[in-house]
Design a protein around this ligand. Structure first.
Ligand code: PPE
Length: 315
């Protein structure tokens, strides 16, 4: 398919083939029935994983087992049983990249409830599983990686922890993120950071938040945020670089007076914030800590740090 490797300016993505319920089928035929339960009620779980071309030309998926483990955890939290062994999905992720001819790309496994029973109780509707891969460039813009992006504190609160199960990555939870993201973009910002119901900093619409002040790196405790795999990676990299990293309650004004703020996520990687609610953050562009950790992260995912080889699944 011509142009299959690029995601277009309108955000649409295409490819050759999609793994659905155990087999690869043509991209354009990967359709579901309109009564698909997840479409109506939002109970499904998904992952976002990246594959990078490494320094020696091979391709490697970053922390694939950890992402798949979280997928199964998300399913368990939501009382969904994924009808495949983790190893089957592991292979499907790698094979999906190969079959779509992607040396680098984003992988989206999703488990959802199929059609059949309607109403909130999904009955015995089939749990369906897909793995999709596509080329995805810089999530918050190439320029943002160096210049930093602008953000606002959202008027929408992040879910209360007993409402959003924060160890899970559940489809319907993203309504809250979409509301916050659209509000931010409509007002001319690039991203939104949400506060939890107590007013403490939670996370951005699809990223975890880090703050630097006087050389100390802080990030919100795990309980109110998705247990980000990039977050965990950054904490480890930062500590290895000799930084103090603390997980603590962070207030809105801690962000305003930070020397640096940066966001982490599989899609967003490590993206600095230059301005928050019209206040310049630190030097108003990527600061030294973000720069250091960003470059370590990219060295890591491109296979240049031998001590972290175990985090790469080569194609
Ligand atoms: N918080 C949220 C709410 C979130 O969605 C993500 C990932 C993270 C934190 C970071 O988690 P991790 O990727 O494990 O470091 N967001 C995915 C959504 C992307 C999308 O737009 O779709 C991602 O980065 O893949």
């Amino acid at each position: 398919m011509a142009g299959a490797k690029a995601s277009k300016a309108d955000g649409s993505v295409t490819g050759e083939t999609i793994w659905l319920d155990g087999e690869f089928i043509p991209w354009d035929e990967a359709n579901v029935h309109i009564l698909t339960h997840t479409l109506h009620y939002g109970l499904g779980v998904f992952e976002g994983i990246r594959c990078y071309q490494t320094h020696d030309g091979r391709s490697a998926v970053f922390r694939l087992p950890e992402h798949l483990r979280r997928l199964y955890d998300s399913a368990k939290i939501n009382l969904m049983e994924i009808p495949f062994e983790q190893q089957v999905l592991h292979e499907a992720c790698l094979e999906s990249l190969r079959r779509n001819d992607l040396a680098e790309g984003y992988i989206r496994p999703i488990a959802f409830i199929g059609d059949g029973a309607m109403g909130l109780h999904p009955g015995n509707n089939q749990i369906r599983v897909a793995v999709i891969s596509w080329a995805w460039g810089k999530y918050l813009g190439e320029e943002g990686m160096e210049r930093g992006i602008s953000a606002k504190i959202s008027t929408f609160s992040r879910h209360f922890v007993n409402s959003k199960m924060t160890n899970g990555k559940t489809c319907g939870d993203y309504v809250n993120s979409i509301l916050a993201k659209r509000e931010a973009l409509l007002e001319g910002f690039d991203e939104a950071i949400m506060l939890d119901p107590n007013g403490l900093v939670s996370e951005a619409t699809g990223e975890n938040v880090f703050v630097v002040r006087d050389g100390v790196i802080s990030t919100p405790e795990r309980y109110s945020v998705l247990d980000g795999i990039t977050r965990a990676t950054l904490i480890e990299l930062a500590r290895a670089e000799g930084y103090d990293v603390v997980e603590r309650g962070i207030t809105r004004d801690d962000l305003y007076v930070a020397d640096e703020i940066f966001l982490t996520g599989t899609a967003a990687e490590v993206t600095p914030i230059r301005e928050l609610d019209h206040r310049t953050i630190g030097i108003g562009r990527r600061g030294p800590v973000a720069e250091k950790l960003q470059s370590k992260y990219f060295e890591l995912v491109s296979g240049k740090l031998a001590e972290y080889e175990g985090w790469l699944s080569y194609l």
